[in-house]
Design a protein around this ligand. Structure first.
Ligand SMILES: C[S@@+](CC[C@H](N)C(=O)[O-])C[C@H]1O[C@@H](n2cnc3c(N)ncnc32)[C@H](O)[C@@H]1O
Length: 215
């Protein structure tokens, strides 16, 4: 486990980053996946897991260990991570472009800040101590939009703020090498990589949790 430092005191390979500026990015690979359940049904799956005794808050545990006072839940979906961080006393804003997912989040937690928006062009006019792209967001953004997504999320971080992303390694999505290359280009320094939200070491597994710090 890392020290609980306060942040302040403390295959589209050649498409990555080449967003077509003529095409508005108001969609995602998620919205096209009719086979994946969305909104209330997506949320019900997590609730069933929780009821069966599984910890569904590995992401929240992971983020909280950095001691942030504020967190941007980027691609928040139905708000599973944001709601848990809020319950733990953290100032949190959830952003997503899928209204079905956000509808569930708004109904379950009407007092939280839920923003309907595209991460490629997000401008909230504020910064956060940490940002999280949980639940495979990076493989559901449009191919070619990855750099725009990561740049705009980074722009919402304070200096030394941490950007955490967990996603599957798949042939048709961003690779870890591409991810690290984009992060380096946009001024984000790697601070660690794991294979689970419980910080098991990363040794080439098909799921990676990466943390980078804004320089
Ligand atoms: C698998 S869901 C994960 C939801 C949530 N983070 C979780 O862990 O439960 C992926 C989410 O990414 C969102 N997403 C994909 N591309 C996006 C974009 N460009 N802007 C905002 N949200 C996006 C989708 O709408 C979807 O809700």
């Amino acid at each position: 486990m890392p020290s609980k430092e306060r942040l302040l005191s403390r295959k589209n390979a050649n498409q990555i980053g080449k967003t077509n500026s003529l095409k508005p990015l108001t969609s995602s690979r998620w919205s096209g996946r009719a086979d994946l359940v969305q909104g209330d049904r997506y949320d019900a799956r997590w609730e069933q897991l929780a009821e069966s005794g599984q910890n569904i808050h590995g992401e929240a545990d992971f983020v909280e260990a950095y001691g942030p006072l504020s967190v941007l839940d980027a691609g928040c979906g139905t708000g599973r991570v944001a709601m848990e961080l809020y319950r733990r006393g953290i100032d949190v804003v959830g952003v997503d472009l899928d209204e079905r997912m956000l509808g569930t989040a708004r109904r379950k937690a009407p007092d939280l800040s839920w923003v309907s928006g595209d991460l490629t062009t997000l401008e909230l006019g504020r910064t956060f101590d940490a940002a999280i792209l949980a639940g495979n967001v990076m493989i559901f953004v449009l191919p070619g939009s990855e750099k725009a997504v990561l740049s705009s999320v980074k722009n919402h971080l304070i200096t030394n703020g941490v950007l955490i992303a967990g996603f599957e390694i798949k042939p048709d999505a961003i690779s870890l090498a591409e991810y690290d290359s984009v992060m380096s280009e946009i001024g984000m320094e790697p601070t660690g990589r794991w294979s689970t939200w419980q910080r098991d070491p990363y040794q080439g597994q098909r799921y990676a949790v990466s943390a980078h710090r804004r320089i």
